[in-house]
Design a binder for this molecule. Structure first.
Ligand code: NI
Length: 377
């Protein structure tokens, strides 16, 4: 009975005690489960309202500014690199997309708070820099008159300009003339004298192995001529130079090495003339190789006491190498004051030598007097 009582007593006591504890445990567990279940959900479900470029958006709380900017305003892009004309050199190489939160520049990882006002705008374009250069403006050359003699009437002076151009594109932005150039003026004159039928035979590129033949042919006709000598050949053929002069012919300057004088520096042009001048014992006329010259060449020659002289009759003896052709070109082109171009230097000139008596005969028969270049002026 006791046991029963005890049991009866104890059981309900124990039963009662276990019931209270079980209720507390169950409640705590339930709350924990609810909390565990609700908290993340509640966190994920909290949304804020932000205004992005004037548009109200409901977005998850604490969204990063950059993510919102790129998600909702995919149109914003970084700037580009532009050249000075505004052409894009490279897309995206300008400044990055600009994001402001509440009118303050914001980093992309800044979390957005409720009510944030976000402004996203394109990055700025980056314009290439300008560089400044100074350049000379070459002078132009004007011509006066006509004829085979050339002299400098007015010296040319180069001008100066400032150029602004793109640092990378090199595109020209602006040009300012600092000093305008002053143009050169070359005067051309002919050897024609009123009432006189004068002609001058001229031989270029010697002295060489055909010079003696030319001298003999001229001597046979007692015809004077002018030899435009290459200094480089004259230096080793002084005996021939003396022979030419002794026969009464004129010896003039055809440069030292037969270059295109306009492609040389001023000093080189001067040297071409002065070395030959020394080799021929002084001259007055320069025949520029290939007939190529400009105001600078004329100016240098003139400062050295030389006048340029070209020709009025081109026999093309170097090309056709045929006495008939040489004579017919002389007949076609000769007028009073003629300066007839032939060659005693270079390759085979036997046909030039053969043409000399026929050319001289025709000139004399046509009433021409033969003279040298110096006496034409
Ligand atoms: Ni020549």
């Amino acid at each position: 009975m006791v046991a029963t009582n005890e049991a009866a007593f104890t059981r309900p006591r124990v039963r009662g005690s276990r019931g209270r504890l079980g209720g507390l445990v169950s409640a705590s567990l339930f709350l924990a489960l609810v909390a565990l279940f609700l908290l993340p959900t509640a966190h994920a479900n909290v949304r804020i309202i932000a205004q992005v470029n004037g548009q109200l958006l409901t977005i998850p709380a604490s969204s990063a500014t950059g993510a919102v900017a790129s998600e909702y305003l995919a149109l914003a892009r970084p700037g580009s690199k532009l050249d000075i004309t505004g052409d894009v050199v490279s897309i995206g190489e300008g400044s990055p997309v600009k994001t402001e939160v509440n009118a303050t520049p914001a980093a992309a990882d800044l979390p957005l708070a409720d009510g944030s006002v976000v402004t996203v705008s394109h990055g700025d374009n980056l314009l290439e820099g300008l560089v400044k250069k100074t350049e000379t403006i070459p002078f132009q050359t004007a011509s006066q008159g006509s004829g085979a003699f050339v002299r400098l009437v007015h010296n040319g002076t180069p001008g100066e300009k400032t150029i602004y151009q793109g640092k990378f594109s090199h595109k020209q932005a602006a040009v300012f003339t600092i000093t305008p150039p002053e143009n050169a003026v070359l005067g051309h004159s002919s050897a024609a004298k009123p009432g006189q039928k004068l002609a001058a035979l001229t031989f270029d590129d010697g002295p060489g192995k055909w010079t003696q033949g030319v001298l003999d042919a001229l001597a046979a006709k007692e015809a004077p001529a002018t030899f435009f000598i290459l200094g480089s050949s004259a230096a080793h053929n002084q005996a021939l130079i003396h022979k030419i002069k002794a026969a009464g012919h004129e010896v003039e300057n055809h440069s030292w090495s037969h270059p295109i004088l306009t492609q040389l520096s001023d000093d080189e042009v001067r040297r071409e003339i002065s070395r030959t001048d020394a080799a021929i014992g002084g001259g007055r006329f320069l025949r520029p190789p290939y007939g190529t010259y400009d105001a600078t060449v004329v100016s240098i020659a003139q400062s050295m006491g030389y006048r340029l002289v070209l020709w009025t009759v081109d026999t093309l003896d170097w090309k056709h190498r045929d006495p008939d052709s040489i004579l017919s070109l002389v007949k076609e082109q000769t007028k009073p004051g003629a300066i007839i171009l032939m060659h005693d230097g270079g390759v085979d000139r036997s046909q030039t030598v053969a043409a000399i008596p026929r050319v001289v005969d025709w000139l004399l028969q046509s009433g021409y007097s033969l003279t040298t270049v110096e006496n034409l002026l």
